[in-house]
Design a binder for this molecule. Structure first.
Ligand SMILES: Nc1ncnc2c1ncn2[C@@H]1O[C@H](COP(=O)(O)OP(=O)(O)OP(=O)(O)O)[C@@H](O)[C@H]1O
Ligand SMILES: Nc1ncnc2c1ncn2[C@@H]1O[C@H](COP(=O)(O)OP(=O)(O)OP(=O)(O)O)[C@@H](O)[C@H]1O
Length: 567
């Protein structure tokens, strides 16, 4: 079968850059593939996909050699508009793709501007496919993050392209909405014969949904393989900074080489065969609080003012105290109110009722500038942290503004810690998604805060950067009194946190340890939480107590004699 995408010997250098980002790239994609593109941060994944929809060479002129075609159209001689009827693209920053006020208008935008008479029917059909048909009259800004992402997909589908490319489609989604996004893609793939290409760091989703995997490293294609063969090549993946699925890694570390499982179902069969059966011991959830309060919320209510001057009541009856030394994960569905709660700690937002105290003082009597001396908020969207025109200037901005002595040495250390020394003169906005995330963390670290608030810090990160992040958080804990992380990354929750606060529709519905959370199925369902693979596997194997990391799973496995298992 002829490939629908054919990339031949492409070498590409961005304008004003010296080094090529893609080197002699050769890639073929056949009709009907569900392809995952993987690779470390900055390996060229987004750049490769921008070549597929013609942004390269039309928008990013640069130095372009070789040739590429999509559905037989040469990308160099076809316009981006022509190509968009064949290949739809959902960008990493998909919110920039939403251009109209209401949902139906937004989905209809592309076919309307192509002069297609049936633009409304096309938009309605696209909304039906992504299951947003009940929202067509809603304002776009009222949708949750997950719904906006699906709307960006509907905008592409309205032109009925054969191929759809999605750049990290679930990076900002809660686990429930992440599954929903992939279920929609599966339907488009199986029932509507679309060719799907995703750029993805979450290998457990690749194992469940994709058929082929393309591995990139430093702008080169390493291999393209069927999914099972790809995800069991552990050494090659780790070398290229990719996390294999947790269950695959666990079996591999236990010495298995031949038939590694890649999905939870395969792992359940694999490990059930391996283990003996015994009576379980039941786990009792306990939480021991440190007694020194750092921040607290008392009877807090908060509303945003909307464009029609009404109020959108978001936080309801928040009463919680955060203590020194705690590692707190703040979790819950998209739109639950996690970022809003953090903004109240920074003083950017003040409570409508009740009080928020930070280090013994109410935030109502302090400006955000005053609070910035002790509280640092690292935004979900890294671009919001960039003010200057180079990474170095962004990192030193706060230290210079506060006239801190010896700041240059500190900036050098931080750039080194986050592996940004080589990128220090680059404009932060022109970096890859993972590089931007690293830069935003470096800016936060430079401020040496007493309280650090991290909003989705692991989104878009490869394994190497993730390890640096954990190292950075551990280092911070020596002089930072409180680390609060809002996250959908349940692996981070299970490996790092000592306390988990779960939010749902603006209320705290759980405050306790991860063990209590991950064993409470109704609570997880309500909050859109799906436990990490290794925890889920422990539950399925009825291992008690459950393992919360690959290391603890392996320990328990080795101590099989003392561990309780039942069928
Ligand atoms: N500036 C704003 N004006 C009006 N409404 C807002 C504003 N910011 C957030 N909201 C709304 O407040 C609610 C809570 O949003 P928030 O960003 O706190 O949720 P979240 O739990 O952090 O979600 P996510 O996981 O998607 O980041 C959402 O319904 C959102 O649409
Ligand atoms: N517009 C641009 N101008 C100059 N350099 C760029 C531009 N866009 C990307 N780059 C550089 O090209 C390299 C590859 O970036 P790309 O976004 O393709 O990587 P990626 O594999 O998608 O990474 P990530 O996983 O971090 O999103 C990076 O080093 C990045 O800094």
């Amino acid at each position: 079968m002829n490939p629908v995408i054919n990339i031949n010997n492409v070498t590409f250098t961005y304008p004003n850059e010296e080094e090529p980002i893609l080197h002699n790239m050769n890639v073929n994609v056949k009709k009907g593939e569900f392809l995952a593109i993987i690779g470390g941060n900055g390996s060229g994944k987004s750049t490769l996909c921008k070549l597929m929809n013609g942004l390269i060479p039309h928008y990013y002129s640069g130095d372009f050699e070789g040739s590429a075609s999509v559905n037989g159209l040469d990308v160099a001689t076809s316009s981006v508009a022509e190509l968009s009827a064949h290949i739809g693209y959902v960008y990493q920053d998909f919110e920039n793709q939403l251009v109209q006020a209401r949902v139906l208008e937004d989905a209809a935008f592309a076919p309307l501007h192509f002069g297609l008479k049936d633009y409304k029917e096309r938009a309605r059909e696209a909304l039906r496919l992504v299951e947003l048909d009940n929202y067509e009259n809603e304002f776009v800004w009222q949708l949750s993050g997950g719904q906006k992402h699906l709307l960006a997909l509907a905008g592409c589908l309205a032109l009925n392209p054969d191929i759809i490319v999605l750049d990290e489609p679930i990076a900002q989604l809660d686990p429930y909405h992440a599954r929903k996004m992939y279920d929609v893609l599966k339907k488009l793939h199986e029932q509507h014969q679309k060719t799907i290409i995703v750029i993805e760091h979450h290998t457990e989703f690749i194992a469940d949904y994709c058929s082929e995997v393309l591995l990139l490293d430093k702008g080169k294609s390493v291999w393209k393989r069927p999914v099972k063969e790809a995800l069991t090549a552990i050494d090659e993946l780790v070398k290229c900074h990719i996390y294999p699925p947790q269950v695959t890694l666990a079996a591999y570390k236990l010495g298995e080489r031949a038939s590694l499982p890649i999905t939870l179902e395969e792992a359940e069969d694999y490990f059930t065969d391996q283990i003996r059966q015994k009576e379980p011991q039941f786990y009792q959830s306990e939480l021991s609080f440190q007694k020194e309060p750092v921040a607290s919320f008392h009877d807090v209510e908060f509303s945003y003012k909307t464009v029609d001057r009404s109020y959108n009541h978001i936080l309801k009856n928040i009463n919680v105290t955060l203590y020194k030394g705690e590692k707190i994960a703040l979790v819950g569905n998209n739109g639950a109110g996690k970022s809003t709660l953090m903004r109240l700690l920074t003083g950017f937002r003040k409570p409508a009722f009740g009080t928020v105290d930070v280090l013994g003082h109410s935030t109502s009597n302090q400006s955000p500038e005053q609070l910035a001396d002790c509280v640092t908020y690292i935004y979900q969207n890294p671009e919001q942290m960039f003010i200057e025109d180079t990474v170095r200037r962004d990192v030193e901005f706060f230290l210079k503004a506060r006239k801190r002595d010896g700041y240059e040495k500190k900036v050098n250390e931080i750039l080194e810690l986050f592996n940004l020394t080589d990128l220090q003169d680059k404009d932060s906005r022109l970096m890859s998604g993972g590089q931007q995330r690293r830069a935003s963390l470096a800016i936060g670290a430079a401020m040496d805060p007493t309280i650090i608030l991290l909003d989705e810090p692991t989104a878009n990160l490869d394994i190497g950067t993730r390890k640096q992040l954990t190292k950075f958080i551990n280092q911070l804990e020596h002089h930072t009194e409180l680390v609060l992380i809002a996250t959908h990354d349940m692996q981070l929750v299970s490996e790092w946190s000592t306390r988990v606060i779960v939010m749902n529709e603006g209320q705290i519905i759980y405050d306790g340890d991860k063990e209590g959370l991950f064993s409470n199925v109704p609570l997880m369902k309500k909050a859109g939480i799906i436990p990490p693979q290794i925890v889920e596997l422990s539950h399925r194997l009825r291992l008690s107590p459950a393992a919360y990391s690959i290391e603890s799973f392996i320990d328990l496995y080795h101590k099989e004699e003392e561990v309780a298992w039942i069928t």
